[in-house]
Design a protein around this ligand. Structure first.
Ligand code: RP5
Length: 164
């Protein structure tokens, strides 16, 4: 049964080592007044708990999932396998290939189970939050208004830049 107090966005990451990057997702969502629950849950280290989290969150009323992982990054794909809600994937930089491995693992979902994949690292973490807010904005026009304001402020800051 959907619960009005359920967080709108579920944010999963494969390891606490991803949090330095993914804290920008929470910060962005919070700045827009969008509630989220952030959890360390891994597709391969905690597969059962990952599935349970997604199924329960969907039942409770969560509307978008964001999943971040590095290396052989199958977390977003596994989340998408357990829900028809939108799933946004954020590739984390890693050890040997510096995020290219996780980018390909996240973006190259076979036909039938989509994951909307963002950029590697902090840009992807922020943009995943912004895209989740756009998705929520389809039913909540106040979020679209806040996005317009955010872009206006961003443009003004750029136009106000001075160079020495
Ligand atoms: C992935 O492996 C995690 O998402 C993380 O990006 C990467 C490394 O994890 P740790 O070894 O730092 O826990 O599962």
């Amino acid at each position: 049964m959907a619960d009005d107090s359920a967080p709108l966005v579920g944010v999963l990451m494969g390891s606490k080592s991803d949090w330095e990057t993914m804290r920008h997702t929470r910060e962005t969502l919070t700045n827009f007044g969008v509630t989220c629950e952030c959890r360390v849950l891994s597709a391969h280290r905690t597969p059962t708990e990952t599935t349970e989290f997604v199924v329960t969150a969907e039942k409770n009323g969560t509307q978008v999932f964001i999943a971040a992982a590095g290396g052989a990054a199958h977390l977003a794909g596994v989340v998408a396998a357990h829900t028809v809600l939108p799933v946004l994937g954020v590739p984390m930089t890693g050890w040997a290939l510096d995020g290219l491995d996780s980018l390909l693992a996240t973006v190259q979902m076979p036909r039938g189970i989509p994951v909307g994949t963002l950029a590697i690292g902090k840009a992807g973490a922020v943009n995943a939050a912004l895209l989740a807010i756009s998705i929520l904005g389809v039913k909540n026009p106040e979020y679209l208004e806040k996005l317009r304001e955010y872009r206006k402020n961003q443009a003004e800051a750029i136009l106000g830049e001075t160079l020495d």
